[in-house]
Each structure stands twice: as structure tokens, then as C-alpha cells.
Design a protein. Sequence first.
Length: 161
Amino acid sequence: MPELTHFNEQGRAKMVDVTEKTVTHRTAVAAGEIHVSPETMTHIKNGTMKKGDVLAVAQVAGIQAAKHTWELIPMCHPLPLTGIDITFRLSDQPCMVEIKAAVTCTGVTGVEMEALTAVSTAALTIYDMCKAVQKDMRITNIRLLEKRGGKSGAYQAPEFW
């Protein structure tokens, strides 16, 4: 049985020591959705939400979240991220905003959690920006689409292709 790397000799959680790991180029892409009503979608498209430009604010929030993942997720390492791109696709059938986050770095540990945190925070920001109009929005299907780099190599979710 392989050694459990996230527990110390007392059986308590610890942050893994990555000192000896090889520096490689690492990327991760994550996605998620927030389902909204047609009325909410109209406000998003027209920029008429009272709090401002929903997608502009959500984009900045997603970028900030990726940069601060290590402060939110206890066992994540602080990483020198070299790129973060948040994109949105609006759909009328079903009525939703699809969110995608691509994160890159050159480092010793992956950026999957940063990409997932960016998507989650962008979706939560959309909810916050639109909740005055709609309370029953649904955030769904947050997932890792792909990752590259590091010892474990590449991963691509079956749905991505």
C-alpha cells in the first residue's frame, strides 16, 4: 500500500512537502454552469443588472479567486500563477451561463484547484450580481476538463472530446 502523503506520523493532516518535485509547465481547465431565467439572461446580456456588468465582475472575481486558492483550500500550496483566463458562453436553450477557467504556472504542483476555484467563484459572483432579480438560480456541473504537467501527466475528461 502506498504511503499516505497528506498525514503525519500522528495521523493528522499536513501539507505535502513538494521541495524535491521537478518544476514543470502545468495547466488546468475547469468548467461549470449557472442556470438562470430568461429575464435574468436578458439583464446579463443587456448589462442592466443594478450591481453592474455581471460578466465583467465575475471575470475579475474568478481571476482573484484563482490567485487566492491557497488561502481558501487548506492543503493547497501558494503558486506563482503565470496565466488565468476566464471565458463565458451564454446559452438560451437551456438558459445558462457556461464558465470556463484556464490556469497555468511553472511550478512543482498542479493548478487544478485554482481552475476549479476560479469557476466556482465566477458562478457565485454571477449569483450575487443577479439575486435581486432571481433567487432560484442553480450552479451545476463544476468539473475539471483537463490538466497537463507534473508526474501524473495529462488528464482529459471524457466529455471534453
